[in-house]
Design a binder for this molecule. Structure first.
Ligand SMILES: *Cc1c(COP(=O)(O)O)cnc(C)c1O
Length: 424
């Protein structure tokens, strides 16, 4: 595979951007080698600057559920651009998108639009603290909620409380109120509520953990979170930035039939344009300014182009009622293949979301995920890449399917995956 052009671009980009990229995982740090620079994308395919073509299973990390360059979305964006790119004033289109979101996710009675998933979760937590008058939050090890200071905590060196930040530049005082629990480990949550009764504002959770590879909630886990938050007067926040409009039109809360107090969206909600949304119970959202005392604002919030893309995407999803069963079917096929060809690995799945762990033991939480063989993953990843299959350059990311993946794409992917397994 020729990657001369990507090599040149990556080298030069290193002079201008830390690590040559504008988001860390893109630099291929954990798999080695040089990232391919993307020139264009269409349907299920992306193309790099050297003219290589790939079947894409990253899909911009989720947003492009209809496939790249889906015509009705592109048309909606093109048309919106002709009326100006941003006004900093309310628009009819925001109202239209808001109504669609409530229609799909009824628990989001009232919402606020922002410009990224990071912003959405950060702001939802501020609203939860403002509403409850409490400071502490519980997050789960291995769950990612964007890069805001208080949420950059994964592993508190064995301790469950007094969490140390993951990143330099985050003062310990910023994460003092972030309590860590184990995903799928109910006793760790109970222990925190026993230790801090009346101090915990909210639990924030990915209802399906999809940022440590794929880890599904064990049966009853989400119901348990619903129950214990209610019991202690804390709020339940579902971070559905990935699962929203992907597990089902109504997200993981529809799929698992558990209703959170607040929900965060991103990724698909903007159909490929920068967009985040947080919302939920009306009485909670009424604490947000200008109605209430929780301040939150944004110059480009509810941007006319992003809302146009979001509306067109959600409408297409509503029209294509078979899309979720079709995505799941494609996932089932690939998962089945992977289980056959990689008997020593773990293949986790929830709905159409799935990932492979090169690990001998079942992966059910952060600790078991971390025991994966990342070098084996790197080898597998590079084989796929060199043979036209673009997957995430990290063991701890999932595969994203789109409506544009054809049966032929899936067959071709199976074939290359088999070769990759034989070459490990
Ligand atoms: C991607 C992601 C975020 C952050 O969204 P950005 O738009 O990258 O800021 C937050 N939560 C989850 C679950 C995500 O997957």
């Amino acid at each position: 595979m020729n990657t001369e052009e990507s090599k040149k671009l990556f080298e030069e980009s290193g002079n201008y951007f830390p690590g040559g990229v504008n988001s860390p995982v893109r630099a291929f740090g954990s798999v080695g080698g040089v990232p391919v620079f993307i020139k264009k994308a269409e349907g299920s395919r992306i193309y790099d600057e050297d003219g290589n073509e790939y079947i894409d299973y990253v899909n911009s990390w989720g947003p492009c559920i209809l496939g790249h360059g889906y015509q009705p979305v592109v048309e909606a964006v093109r048309e919106a651009c002709l009326s100006g790119l941003s006004y900093g004033a309310p628009t009819r289109r925001e109202l239209e998108l808001g109504k669609l979101i409530t229609q799909c996710i009824p628990s989001m009675e009232m919402m606020r639009m922002v410009s990224s998933g990071t912003e959405a979760v950060m702001s939802a937590i501020r609203a939860a603290r403002g509403f409850t008058g409490r400071d502490k939050i519980i997050k789960f090890k291995g769950c990612y909620h964007g890069h805001s200071d208080g949420l950059l905590v994964k592993a508190g060196s064995g301790a469950l409380t007094g969490s140390a930040p993951d990143s330099a530049g985050v003062p310990e005082s910023y994460t003092r109120h972030t309590l860590l629990a184990g995903y799928n480990q109910e006793d760790t949550v109970e222990e925190l509520f026993r230790q801090y009764p009346g101090e915990i504002a909210a639990i924030v959770v990915e209802p399906v953990a999809a940022n440590m590879g794929l880890v599904a909630p064990k049966p009853g886990f989400l119901e348990f979170l619903r129950d214990i938050t209610t019991r202690y007067g804390a709020l339940l926040i579902f971070d559905e930035v990935i699962t929203g409009f992907r597990m089902a039109l109504g997200g993981a809360q529809e799929y698992y039939q558990v209703k959170p107090d607040l929900t965060t969206l991103g990724k698909i909600a903007g159909g490929g344009m920068p967009m985040g949304v947080y919302g939920g119970r009306r009485d909670i959202m009424e604490v947000v300014s200008p109605l209430g005392k929780v301040y939150q604002a944004g110059t480009l919030s509810g941007n006319p182009i992003a809302t146009a893309a979001g509306i067109a995407t959600i409408k297409a999803l509503m029209d294509r009622t078979d899309i979720y069963s079709s995505l799941e079917q494609k996932a089932d096929t690939l998962v089945q293949t992977l289980k056959e060809i990689l008997p020593g690995a773990q293949v986790n799945q929830a709905g159409s979301l799935f990932s492979v762990f090169f690990a001998k033991h079942p992966v059910v939480d952060y600790e078991s995920a971390l025991k994966s063989d990342t070098r084996m993953y790197a080898k597998y990843f590079h084989y796929l890449l060199e043979h036209g299959i673009y997957t995430a350059p990290s063991q701890f990311e999932i595969l994203f399917l789109s409506a544009a993946h054809t049966q032929e794409d899936i067959e071709e992917t199976k074939r290359i995956m088999k070769e990759a397994a034989a070459n490990l």
